[in-house]
Design a protein around this ligand. Structure first.
Ligand code: 5AD
Ligand code: SF4
Length: 467
C-alpha cells in the first residue's frame, strides 16, 4: 500500500464555512431525501452527506415527493444496479416537471465510471449536481454553486483518492454503527469495477478509528461494523488489521464485526483474534466467488480452493461456533458445467450460514469483460437456481440445529410482517424474530429459539433477564 494522503484540516474548515453560508440562505432547500444503493460503504457515505445537509439547516423528509432535495447515492457493481439507479433518476424528471425548484443530486460509484458523468450530463440535463466518490467532502461547495449559479454542476475527480477526517455525520442508528477503516481496493479481481471507481487502498490512522469508536461507545452504541473493501489489508500508521482489532476490543464495545475480507490476506493473527477477543462476534463474511481453481485464477483471486478450505478449517478450529457467509459469482466467462459443479461441492463442504449469489455481469473496463463467454444466459440461470436451492437447504439445516438454544439478541427493529414481533441478531448475525415491544430496540435480550424459518429463527424471550 502506498503512502496515504489526508485532506488538510483547512479544507474541511472551508467546507464548514460554506455549510454556514448555505444555512443562512433563505431560498435554499429545507428538506432532503437520500436514496442509498449498493453496499455498506455507500450507506456510510450517505450518513456523511446527511450530516452535511443537516449542518446546512435541512431536515429529512419522510418521502421523496415531499423533499426539496433528492440525492441518489449510486452503485455500479453489476449492470442491474446501474439500471436501477438510472431508472430512478429518469423517474425524477417527471417530479421536477411539476416542481422545478426541486434539486436533484447524483453521487456514488456510478458517477465515477469512465465517461458516465459526461453522458449523464448530456442525457439528463435536469440533474442539478453530479459528484464522485473521491470528492464527497466538497459536496457543500458544489451544492452552494448549484444554488447560486442556477445551472448544473458536474464535478467528478479521477484521483486515487485521499482520506478525509472530521466531516459531519448523521447516523441512521443509535446502537449499531459502521466505522470506515480503509477505502479503495488494489486487488483488481478481473470481474470487478470497484478499484476503478473507489481508487487505491488507503487506510485511516488507528487513532482516528479508535476515537470514533470511543465516541460511538460513549453515545450508547452497542455494535460497530468496521468497513473496507478489503479490511484484511488495512495498514494504518504501522498497525495491521489484527492489531487494530485488539485495540478496539479493549475499549469494551459489546459487539465488533467487520467486512469485507479477502481470503488471500486472512492472517494467522486474525484467525487468532477469533480465538481470543471477547467482543469480536463469531461471524465472518468471506467471499469465495468460485470453487474451481482455473476460474479463481482467471478471476485474479490469488488463492485456490485448497487454500480457501484450509482457512475455513483454521477459523473453525479457532472459533468452533463461527458462522460463515460468502459471495459467489455464477457464469464467469468460460465457466464449464464441471467447473460450476466444483462451486456446488465447495458450498457443501463449507456449509455457509448464507450466501449472496450473482450471475456474472460484464463491467466495461475490467479484464473479464474482454474474455470470451459462450455460456447461454438460460444455462447460467439454471446454475444459479441450483446453487440457491442447495444453499437454502443448508441454511435450513443449520438453523434447525439452533432450535432449543438460548441466544443473546441485539434487538433491531419491529418485524415488517407482524407488528407484535421484534427482530434482532444473534452473535453469529442470524436474524431472530420474537414477540416483544419496540421499547426493546437497541437492547440485548436472551431469546430461546423455538423454530427455524427459511432464513430466520423464531423464539421467545427468556423471563427474568437483568441487564
Ligand atoms: N458480476 C457479478 N458479481 C459481481 N460482484 C462484483 N463484481 C461483479 C460482477 N461483475 C460480486 C462479487 C462481490 C460482490 C460484492 O459482488 O461477488 O464479492
Ligand atoms: Fe472487487 Fe476484488 Fe476488490 Fe472485492 S477484492 S472490491 S471483488 S476487486
Amino acid at each position: 500500500m502506498r503512502e496515504t494522503t489526508f485532506v488538510p484540516e483547512t479544507e474541511i474548515q472551508r467546507q464548514r464555512g460554506i455549510m454556514e453560508i448555505v444555512r443562512a440562505m433563505a431560498d435554499r432547500p429545507h428538506t432532503y431525501y437520500i436514496v442509498s444503493m449498493g453496499c455498506q460503504m455507500n450507506e456510510r457515505d450517505s450518513e456523511t452527506v446527511a450530516g452535511m445537509l443537516t449542518e446546512m439547516g435541512m431536515t429529512a423528509a419522510p418521502a421523496r415527493e415531499q423533499a426539496d432535495l433528492i440525492l441518489y447515492n449510486t452503485c455500479c457493481v453489476r449492470e442491474n444496479a446501474e439500471n436501477k439507479a438510472l431508472g430512478n433518476v429518469i423517474w425524477l424528471k417527471e417530479l421536477k416537471k411539476d416542481r422545478p425548484e426541486l434539486k436533484i443530486c447524483v453521487g456514488g460509484c456510478m458517477t465515477q465510471e469512465k465517461g458516465m458523468a459526461e453522458a449523464m450530463k448530456r442525457n439528463y440535463p435536469f440533474i442539478d449536481l453530479i459528484y464522485g466518490t473521491h470528492n464527497l467532502y466538497r459536496f457543500p461547495e458544489y451544492l452552494w454553486r448549484v444554488l447560486t449559479e442556477g445551472r448544473p454542476v458536474v464535478e467528478v475527480e479521477q484521483t486515487d483518492g485521499e482520506v478525509v477526517e472530521g466531516l459531519p455525520e448523521k447516523r441512521r442508528s443509535t446502537f449499531k454503527s459502521f466505522v470506515n477503516i480503509m477505502y479503495g481496493c488494489d486487488n483488481f479481481c478481473t470481474y470487478c469495477i470497484v478499484p476503478y471507481v473507489r481508487g487505491r487502498e488507503r487506510s485511516r490512522r488507528p487513532e482516528a478509528i479508535l476515537d470514533e469508536a470511543k465516541r460511538l461507545q460513549d453515545a450508547g452504541v452497542k455494535e460497530i461494523t468496521l468497513l473496507g473493501q478489503n479490511v484484511n489489508s488495512y495498514m494504518g500508521g504501522g498497525a495491521a488489521f489484527a492489531d487494530l482489532l485488539y485495540r478496539l476490543d479493549a475499549l469494551g464495545i459489546e459487539r465488533i464485526r467487520f467486512m469485507t475480507s479477502h481470503p488471500k490476506d486472512l492472517s494467522d493473527e486474525l484467525i487468532g483474534a477469533y480465538a481470543t477477543l471477547e467482543h469480536l462476534m463469531p461471524h465472518l463474511h468471506l467471499p469465495v466467488q468460485a470453487g474451481n481453481d482455473d476460474i479463481l485464477r482467471r478471476m485474479n483471486r490469488h488463492y485456490d480452493r485448497a487454500r480457501y478450505l484450509d482457512v475455513v478449517d483454521r477459523l473453525r478450529a479457532a472459533r468452533p461456533d463461527i458462522g460463515l457467509t460468502t459471495d459467489i459469482i455464477v457464469g464467469f466467462p468460460g465457466e464449464t458445467a464441471e467447473q460450476f459443479e466444483q462451486t456446488m461441492d465447495l458450498v457443501d463442504r463449507v456449509r455457509y450460514d448464507s450466501a449472496y449469489t450473482f450471475i456474472y455481469s460484464p463491467r466495461t473496463g475490467t479484464a473479464a469483460a474482454k474474455m470470451p463467454d459462450d455460456t447461454p444466459m438460460e444455462e447460467k440461470s439454471r446454475r444459479i437456481q441450483r446453487l440457491i436451492d442447495r444453499q437454502l437447504q443448508i441454511t435450513k439445516e443449520i438453523l434447525e440445529g439452533m432450535v432449543g438454544r438460548t441466544e443473546t439478541v441485539l434487538v433491531e427493529s419491529v418485524s415488517a410482517r407482524d407488528g407484535s414481533m421484534m427482530g434482532g441478531r444473534t452473535p453469529r448475525a442470524i436474524m431472530v424474530n420474537f414477540p416483544g415491544t419496540p421499547a426493546l430496540i437497541g437492547r440485548f435480550v436472551k431469546v430461546r429459539i423455538t423454530s427455524a424459518g427459511k432464513n430466520t429463527l423464531r423464539g421467545e424471550m427468556v423471563a427474568n433477564q437483568g441487564e
